[in-house]
Design a binder for this molecule. Structure first.
Ligand SMILES: NC(=O)c1ccc[n+]([C@@H]2O[C@H](COP(=O)([O-])OP(=O)(O)OC[C@H]3O[C@@H](n4cnc5c(N)ncnc54)[C@H](OP(=O)(O)O)[C@@H]3O)[C@@H](O)[C@H]2O)c1
Length: 254
């Protein structure tokens, strides 16, 4: 397929639903062979069908970012089939709203284990062969919570702030070996992750704070992802690109 990602191989973790799914389809539309993975066999299979229906090559492999062995198996399967991994997108993420005084260590650790440690594990597993090849594009999905606080989601905010720090640290360590590491901080994109949180006065406040006047669509994250995944981003590293309808820069909107 023609496009800026022609002949590239991409792995999108958390790539079967929401933002990750749409990024996976967008990378494929830009010419990449894409492997979209998550924990669900059914969802992985369905995404495999969707990618093949668009004319691309893919693989159907489940993985769980809390399970390093599953990421290693995914990495090895992709290397065996495609010979390389050029692009890694880390989109697996979870959240939970709970007053911080009542947030159990189990809840805190689970969110950290998926959002932060999961991103670190995937970067380590895929980064090694990227560094050996001296080529890689890693795109982590951060959040506005990387930069500002949202009420009663302290664990999520801490995990995403740390994803921002990890992104910068890896960029500093790996860029001279050809591996650029960046992140995207999406604004409010209604998905399975946040539908319940948005259906509330909190949703109205978020909408009021968004200068563009509406929430985003997953498709509106794709352009930033394709750019960061492409050769055009050869001098871009350690950046967090905010795609949020203007929310982060707004003071008063009326
Ligand atoms: N939606 C927003 O407004 C928004 C804003 C800012 C940032 N984000 C971030 O964007 C990313 C995607 O969010 P989303 O809204 O698209 O969420 P989503 O619709 O719930 O999709 C999450 C994806 O991650 C996968 N996943 C969850 N836990 C996993 C694990 N342990 N191992 C592997 N895959 C796992 C899910 O599949 P399985 O459950 O089948 O594994 C699913 O494919 C997250 O990192 C989120 O924090 C979202």
């Amino acid at each position: 397929m023609n496009g800026p990602l022609q002949a590239k191989t991409a792995v999108v973790i958390g790539g079967t639903l929401g933002i990750g799914r749409t990024i996976a389809l967008g990378l494929a539309a830009a010419g990449a062979d894409v492997v979209a993975t998550s924990r669900s066999h059914k969802a992985v299979d369905e995404m495999g069908n969707a990618l093949e229906a668009r004319g691309g090559r893919t693989l159907r492999v489940t993985s769980d970012v809390v399970d390093r062995a599953s990421l290693e198996a995914l990495h090895d399967a992709v290397l065996k089939e495609f010979g390389k991994v050029d692009i890694l997108v880390n989109s697996a993420g979870v959240t939970r709203r709970v007053p911080t005084l009542e947030c159990s260590e189990e809840t805190w650790n689970n969110i950290m284990n998926i959002n932060l440690m999961g991103t670190l594990r995937a970067c380590q597993v895929f980064g090694r062969s990227m560094l050996e090849r001296k080529y890689g594009r890693i795109v982590n999905i951060a959040s506005m919570a990387t930069m500002v606080a949202f009420y009663e989601v302290a664990a999520y905010g801490a995990s995403k702030a740390a994803v921002g720090a990890l992104t910068r640290s890896l960029a500093v360590e790996w860029s001279s070996s050809g591996v650029c590491v960046n992140a995207i901080a999406p604004g409010i994109i209604p998905t399975a992750l946040n539908r319940e949180l948005l259906d509330s006065p909190r949703g109205h406040e978020l909408m009021m704070r968004t200068p563009i006047g509406r929430f985003g669509k997953p498709e509106e994250i794709v352009g930033a992802a394709v750019y960061l995944a492409s050769d055009a981003a050869s001098y871009t590293t350690g950046q967090i690109i905010v795609v949020d309808g203007g929310q982060l820069v707004s003071g008063v909107n009326q």
